[in-house]
Design a protein around this ligand. Structure first.
Ligand code: NAD
Ligand code: UFG
Length: 337
């Protein structure tokens, strides 16, 4: 199938493009390079032997996006394009709402116009807010989001839900990712944040290659077994495979579906550091600092629904992800250039 991948040169998008190709699909990438590099296209070609079609555009630019739809029939869209830095979104709410919402609205208009009726949207566990219990199930209500990024995801989920009611012939999957980490096993693709990483794994790998001195663990006084926060870390390749499996489901005309994509297993920050040392032999120096505002002690998924309905189960471990993320960082000490 021809699959339009918005944000396809980004971290999760690029890994998904590789898995789409290996499943026999034809990905067509659009990206405005606001948080990625054109070099990623060369890397995809190096891994797969195929150079997918790519157009540099802003998904909110309707005329430009329209041309991509006109060029060839598109069977489905995977919509990764969006701004995603939680902290940055607090200082730049207009940019976040404008980019994330307008790109989605434009995409929906183009899909409707061109009769493309299958859509996968990148949502986030952040839409649950403070969950009523653990593990987190899809039927839990949407919670209170605490930053414009998270709110933009919750708003888009609502827009897509309304759109689905008005357009019952559309098939839409909201995929709520937990914590994607890791890299492609080749070391060619991985996470390449601008500036100081906000997220745990890229920070750890930058310490591991000597770009940063030490990690600051944000609090060790939580009511968790070792005092540090627990998250559900999913290998980005497993996450990418989840999208390919969701595509199959969409072809059964399910209307709107929601899946958690995680592992169902929580790991604390200290457990991630131990897995990193075990997987790579590198001990990460750290200091314990104060808690980071907004962090919840526990977040992990119940993944039964994705298993039952998609046959999906993440198979890679946190240790695998640490090894792959480190290999990527070693091969690309200053990120993808
Ligand atoms: P990323 O920043 O690496 O990838 C996003 C890509 O979209 C980038 O290549 C960027 O250049 C592009 N982009 C942004 N706005 C665009 C626009 N208007 N038009 C065209 N291209 C645009 O991020 P990622 O980690 O790969 O995340 C992909 C999606 O998954 C995002 O929507 C993100 O919010 C969501 N998500 C990510 C995480 C995570 O922890 N990485 C967790 C939950 C959800
Ligand atoms: N952490 C540290 N030190 C750091 C960075 C992170 O101790 O330098 C800790 C955090 O306190 C947290 C854990 O590592 O306990 C994971 O933090 P991340 O920033 O990697 O991930 P979050 O769980 O905070 O956020 C992720 C995504 C968001 C998404 C959220 C949804 O990055 O996009 O999950 O739950 F909104």
């Amino acid at each position: 199938m021809n699959i339009l991948v918005t944000g396809g040169l980004g971290f999760i998008g690029s890994h998904t493009v590789v898995e789409l190709l290996s499943a026999g699909h034809t990905p067509i990438i659009v990206d405005n390079l606001v948080n990625s590099k054109l070099e990623v296209l060369n890397r995809i070609q190096k891994i797969t032997g195929v150079r997918p079609a790519f157009t540099e555009l802003d998904v909110a630019d309707e005329a430009a996006l329209d041309k991509v739809f006109e060029k060839q029939p598109i069977d489905a869209v995977i919509h990764f394009a969006g701004l995603k830095a939680v902290g940055e979104s607090v200082g730049k709410p207009l940019e976040y709402y404008s980019n994330n919402l307008c790109s989605t609205l434009t995409l929906l208009r183009c899909m409707k116009k061109h009769g493309t009726k299958n859509l996968i949207f990148s949502s986030s566990a952040t839409v649950y807010g403070v969950p009523p219990s653990l593990p987190i199930k899809e039927e839990f209500p949407l919670g209170e989001t605490t930053n414009p990024y998270g709110t933009s995801k919750a708003m888009i989920e609502r827009i897509l839900t309304d759109f689905s009611k008005a357009n019952p012939d559309f098939n839409i999957a909201l995929l709520r990712y937990f914590n994607p980490i890791g890299a492609h096993a080749s070391g060619e693709l991985g996470e390449d944040p601008n500036g100081i990483p906000n997220n745990l794994m890229p920070y750890i790998t930058q310490v591991a290659v000597g770009r940063r001195d030490h990690l600051t663990v944000f609090g060790d006084d939580y009511e968790t077994p070792d005092g540090t926060c627990v998250r559900d870390y999913i290998h980005v390749v497993d996450l990418a495979i989840g999208h390919v499996m969701t595509l199959k489901k969409l072809m059964e005309n399910p209307g709107l579906v929601i899946y958690n994509l995680g592992t169902g297993k929580g790991s604390s920050v200290f457990e991630v550091l131990a897995a990193f040392e075990k997987g790579t032999g590198v001990k990460i120096p750290y200091v314990v600092g104060p808690r980071r505002a907004g962090d919840l002690p526990f977040l992990y998924a119940n993944c039964d629904k994705a298993y039952k309905e998609l046959g999906y189960k993440a198979t890679r471990t946190v240790e695998d992800a640490c090894r792959d993320a480190y290999a990527f960082q070693k091969k690309n000490p200053n990120g993808i250039q």
